[in-house]
Design a protein around this ligand. Structure first.
Ligand SMILES: C[S@@+](CC[C@H](N)C(=O)[O-])C[C@H]1O[C@@H](n2cnc3c(N)ncnc32)[C@H](O)[C@@H]1O
Length: 324
């Protein structure tokens, strides 16, 4: 339990996404366990179940005790009887005295070490992983703003200006609703690697407000199909509204993660992506997904930031550098 707790702290802390005091001091958190065994009465008070009775009071009293350690398990005799620790745990006998009586106690002091193993942390990234969830929440907050408050000002180029910098042809964007263009947050131009052909199947990974998906739809025509995969709800909403406005029936916006694309194997002729892969902690997982959905001989057209040197670990632990 203590080892698992320590590992979770490292996992959360090593991608210290949030700057609040609690998150900044996460490595200072310690685990203290106080256990007692007895009888309790469950009362319904104001719609809540409240546990009461003398044994409940006892365990609450025990939270204030004479133990000076940072981390421990402190058990009453009754708890040690009902939940016995193995003899090897080396529980130390003691006592705690309160107005309600003196209690014999058993104290366990954990000895464990949890080393910072970045490789192991990276390896453990998965959809159910806490660190990934925190990172996704932060990214979603940022891109919800790009969708809902596009003029707010961001640390990256957005809107028409981003499309001009990335040399999007005026004829591609002339027909795009302004709500989509204003929330464009692409970092490059996936179409500069080649045009898409009529009838092709395209997956747009991290499709945002849908600009690239709608341009792709124009290129593949009514016989083609485009699936945009996006995790931020506000972005999907914008993209779906634009698809309806434009009557682009060949475009479908699917809610999902780039790490587990909601697209069948070998479905796509082309996978495009613009500014999304850099937001993935595990890029090989995403590239694996892209290859899975591509048919043999399909094309991958990714526009994104690239690093010419290894990224220092302090930079990897800075949420602002991930989301901005
Ligand atoms: C820089 S924006 C680019 C959006 C769009 N490609 C464009 O060019 O406007 C990155 C997008 O990737 C989405 N995204 C980030 N992580 C994702 C993930 N794990 N799965 C799916 N989408 C993700 C974000 O919500 C955001 O909309």
């Amino acid at each position: 339990m203590f080892t698992a707790f320590g590992r979770s702290l490292i996992e959360i802390g090593s991608y210290s996404m949030c700057r609040c005091q609690a998150c900044s001091n996460i490595f200072e958190l310690k685990l203290k366990v106080v256990a007692h065994s007895g009888e309790g009465l469950l009362n319904e008070v104001g719609g809540f179940s409240i546990l009461s009775g003398i044994d409940t009071i006892t365990v609450h009293r025990l939270l204030k005790n004479s133990v000076t350690l940072d981390e421990y398990v402190l058990m009453t005799e009754a708890a040690q009887r009902d939940l016995p620790f193995p003899a090897q745990a080396g529980m130390v006998e003691g006592s705690e005295t309160y107005a309600i009586g003196t209690f014999k106690t058993f104290l366990y002091r954990p000895e464990y070490s949890t080393e910072f193993d970045e490789a192991a942390i990276r390896e453990s990234f998965s959809d159910s992983n806490v660190a990934v969830k925190i990172l996704r929440d932060e990214i979603q907050n940022e891109y919800t703003d790009v969708a809902c408050d596009p003029s707010k000002g961001f640390h990256f180029n957005t809107g028409r200006r981003a499309s001009e910098i990335n040399e999007y042809a005026p004829e591609w964007i002339d027909f795009i609703p302004s709500e989509v263009l204003e929330s464009f947050a692409g970092m490059g131009n996936p179409f500069s690697l080649g045009s898409l052909q009529p009838g092709e199947h395209v997956v747009d990974v991290g499709s945002g407000a849908g600009l690239d998906s709608l341009i792709a739809a124009q290129m593949v025509g009514v016989d083609g199909n485009v699936i945009g995969v996006e995790m931020t709800a506000a972005m999907i909403e914008k993209a779906r509204a634009a698809v309806d406005t434009m009557g682009s029936g060949q475009v479908e916006c699917r809610e999902g993660f780039m790490e587990s694309l909601p697209v069948p194997n070998d479905w796509a002729d082309v996978v495009i992506s613009n500014g999304c892969l850099n937001l993935a902690p595990d890029k090989s997982l995403v590239l694996g997904e892209m290859f899975r959905v591509l048919r043999p001989g399909g094309r991958l057209q990714i526009a994104d930031v690239t690093a010419l040197k290894p990224v220092p670990s302090e930079a990897k632990q800075d949420i602002d550098l991930w989301t901005h």
